[in-house]
Write a protein that binds this ligand. Structure first.
Ligand code: MSP
Length: 714
């Protein structure tokens, strides 16, 4: 009998379509993506849901301001989110849109269910509403400012449907108490409990002053409150409310979600309203609601009235998706606010990816290529096996366990730190074992020793790639291909252990996975953002005429944040908000801000820019060996130490230089040239030489000073 795989259902918030995606949205989405990828590698039946939140007055107004119908605007921006997720390699299984028929049907079914169970009544309401955040303010005084974004609220006077939230305080407190892991981290849990203990007021859940929403069943003059509509996406996406038995089965199978991942500003909606709706409807609760902090943008000119947006596209175009993903996981302590800067991004990229993982991959693989004709060599289990290998093997085992523990408890930064400690240990091991020196001695025993060293390095590289795969999927998949292995995503994480790399595996084509990023790229990305911002400003002036954004309210920081107490008329308004904190620094895209940003084309390339020049990686090296290539009178085969590794280079300089005169000589090589074969020998770079005279005689570039190996020419 085959065992059913464990199911795992994870969701992102659904994103408003009045603002274009920025790295704040990307953060939540890539975190979910990595978690989903890891669960798939653990063999779980994983469902990863994301989507767009498309109803409400805010969207209706943004569309009108842009001269579009709400449907046009939502189609456009929802498409942009989806396209960006596809570019970033986000492996969502389902993308829900709240304007889809399946969702509308499910929300109406939920409304009816709540009504049938006696939790909805009709009443009159007069209060202050912030359209921007789609929330009711605590303070019912006309002119009061929104507690989240500081905009002036509007007075709404309506006959509405109400949800009996006030009756839910005791059941909610019981729920929190019985499920201590429901809200993560604990700071959020404590805030939520304190908030509910402060008392809850009934919640207005319909509107009549606009039409862009889902009609209340049987009373179409009302549309359903956008947060009730939006929160239901988590169940409608898996089939809730559908008459089709297959959908009902899907709902039974996947619901409840294992993880709702959210930003801290929407904790109240997810940890108070959503559980209250589910309790009232008699439906199961999600297993965990996980709130992360905000991404802050440091010292940016962009943090003005329209919000300080950084776009993922800029980073994608310049450094690639994995650079951004790695940064977000490694640099931001999950659960806390963290700063983004292009400087820190490039620094992280160079230290951990280019010099770290990329370098380990290229030096290990190129030595296997060179010394073992590209086949994973047989390691010795006996005489050529030393305590140094035993230490690497032990550390790899410990890392597999520790990494899993940390990752699964949302400590991503520490998980990666642990993994990179293994990487550093392997680097150190290679430096100490000096395989290039071992290779010089040509007897059988040293060959076995060399095989053992390179097998150890390659196997550690495989394990590091597998563990890092959910975070940096694209580059680790490439490392796997270069290792001659198949689809990395198919690796069974439960069974991951030392020694699974098969001897004799033929390496794939070796190429740099993370070419080092030059500092000039920082300026380039900043410029791209400025250009995009400029395009946004122009577009805003002519297209989406957003109202000016007033200065943020002085107080809100945390979930606070979320709406006021939604008091209907007559209810005690202005109850002290327990969740209010101090002022907060500028936030990337904070509070769903509206900066609409058409994507500007990258700056037009000048004939040749410094960036173009810097694409060529010129490095200093020392020739270690030189010999003639058989049956090729112009070619020499050289091995060149470029500081981080030894390269084999085939150069057409045999007519100008005797091999023995080159050994020990400093040369300049093009280090990031794609490898190619000359007379069946792979050349991993090119030697730089002047060419003169009618015959094109070569003269090697050299220096008067003593320049260390690896120094870059720029
Ligand atoms: N539509 C609601 C959510 C409904 S879920 C049933 C909404 N949308 S939003 O477009 O404003 O996106 C909010 C989410 O985007 C946040 O909860 C967070 O996950 C992410 N982020 C937006 N800006 C962010 C930062 N500056 N930093 C980190 N995450 C941010 O609220």
């Amino acid at each position: 009998m085959s065992e059913q795989p464990e199911k795992f259902y994870i969701t992102t918030p659904i994103y408003y379509v009045n603002a274009r995606p920025h790295i704040g949205h990307t953060y939540t989405t890539v975190v979910c993506d990595a978690i989903a990828r890891r669960h798939r590698m653990l063999g779980h039946d994983t469902l990863f849901l994301t989507g767009t939140d498309e109803h409400g007055q805010k969207i209706e107004r943004s569309a009108a301001a842009a001269g579009k119908t709400p449907q046009q605007l939502t189609d456009e921006v929802s498409g942009e989110f989806r396209a960006l997720w596809d570019r970033l390699g986000i492996t969502y299984d389902k993308f829900i849109r709240t304007t889809s028929p399946e969702h509308k049907r499910g929300v109406q079914a939920m409304f009816t269910l709540l009504q049938e169970r006696g939790f909805i009544y009709k009443g009159a309401y007069t209060g202050q509403y912030c359209v921007f955040d789609e929330l009711y303010a605590d303070d019912n005084t006309p002119g009061t400012l929104c507690p989240v974004c500081g905009r002036v609220t509007e007075t709404v006077e309506e006959e509405n449907y109400f949800f009996k939230l006030s009756a839910m305080a005791a059941p909610l407190l019981k729920l929190y108490e019985e499920n201590p892991s429901l809200i993560y981290p604990d700071t959020r849990r404590n805030e939520v409990i304190a908030f509910v203990k402060g008392g809850l007021h009934d919640l207005s859940i319909s509107r009549t002053t606009f039409t862009w929403g889902i009609p209340v069943p049987g009373d179409p003059a009302h549309v359903i409150y956008v947060w009730l509509d939006a929160l239901c996406n988590y169940i409608t996406a898996v089939g809730f409310g559908s008459p089709d038995p297959a959908d009902q089965q899907r709902y039974q199978h996947y619901w409840p979600a294992n993880v709702h991942m959210i930003g801290k500003e929407i904790v109240r909606f997810h940890c108070v309203y959503w559980p209250a709706f589910l309790l009232a409807a008699g439906l199961p609760q999600p297993k965990q609601i996980v709130a992360h902090g905000w991404l802050l943008f440091e010292e940016s000119k962009m943090s003005k009235s329209r919000g300080n947006i950084v776009r993922s596209e800029t980073i994608l175009e310049v450094l690639g998706a994995d650079a951004l993903r790695y940064f977000l996981f490694r640099e931001i302590v999950f659960g806390q606010d963290g700063s983004f800067s292009f400087d820190a991004l490039v620094q992280r990229f160079n230290s951990d990816l280019a010099n770290g993982l990329g370098n380990l991959a290229s030096r290990t693989l190129s030595m296997i290529q060179r010394y073992f004709a590209g086949e994973v060599p047989y390691p010795s289990a006996t005489f050529a096996h030393t305590p140094a290998e035993a230490a690497v093997i032990a550390l790899a085992g410990e890392t597999i366990a520790a990494y899993g523990r940390l990752f699964e408890s949302f400590q991503f930064s520490r998980a990666l730190e642990t993994l990179w400690s293994l990487l550093s240990a392997v680097d150190k091991y290679i430096v100490e074992m000096q395989p290039w020196a071992v290779a010089e001695k040509e007897d059988r025993d040293t060959r076995t020793r060399l095989a053992t060293i390179l097998y150890t390095a390659a196997e550690a590289l495989r394990i590091i790639a597998v563990l890092a795969h959910p975070v940096i999927p694209e580059s680790t998949a490439r490392i796997f291909t270069q290792l001659g292995l198949g689809d990395i995503a198919q690796t069974d994480l439960n069974a991951l252990r030392w020694g699974q790399l098969n001897v004799g595996t033929r390496l794939g084509r070796i190429e740099a996975v993370f070419p080092r990023a030059d500092k000039s790229l920082i300026e380039r990305m900043q410029q791209m953002e400025e250009d995009r911002k400029h395009a946004t400003d122009l577009a805003a002036a002519t297209d989406v005429a957003e109202p000016p954004v007033p200065a943020p309210a002085p107080a809100p920081a945390l979930i606070t944040t979320a709406a006021g107490s939604d008091a209907p008329s007559g209810a005690a308004a202005g109850a002290p908000n327990q969740l209010t904190g101090g002022p907060h620094p500028p936030v990337v895209g904070e509070c769903g801000n509206q900066a609409a940003a058409p994507i500007a084309p990258p700056p037009a390339p000048a004939p040749i820019t410094i960036d173009d020049f810097l694409k060529v990686e010129l490095r200093v090296g020392t020739v270690l060996t030189a010999e003639k290539v058989a049956k090729a009178d112009k070619l020499l085969r050289l091995t060149v130490d470029i500081g981080t590794e030894v390269r084999q280079i085939v150069a057409g300089i045999a007519k100008a230089y005797l091999p023995e005169t080159l050994v020990g000589r400093k040369v300049v090589i093009v280090a990031n040239l794609a490898p190619r074969k000359l007379r069946g020998i792979e050349s991993q770079g090119m030697i730089v030489a002047a060419s003169f005279g009618e015959e094109g005689q070569p003269a090697l570039a050299s220096f008067l000073e003593d320049v260390p190996n690896g120094a870059r020419l720029k």
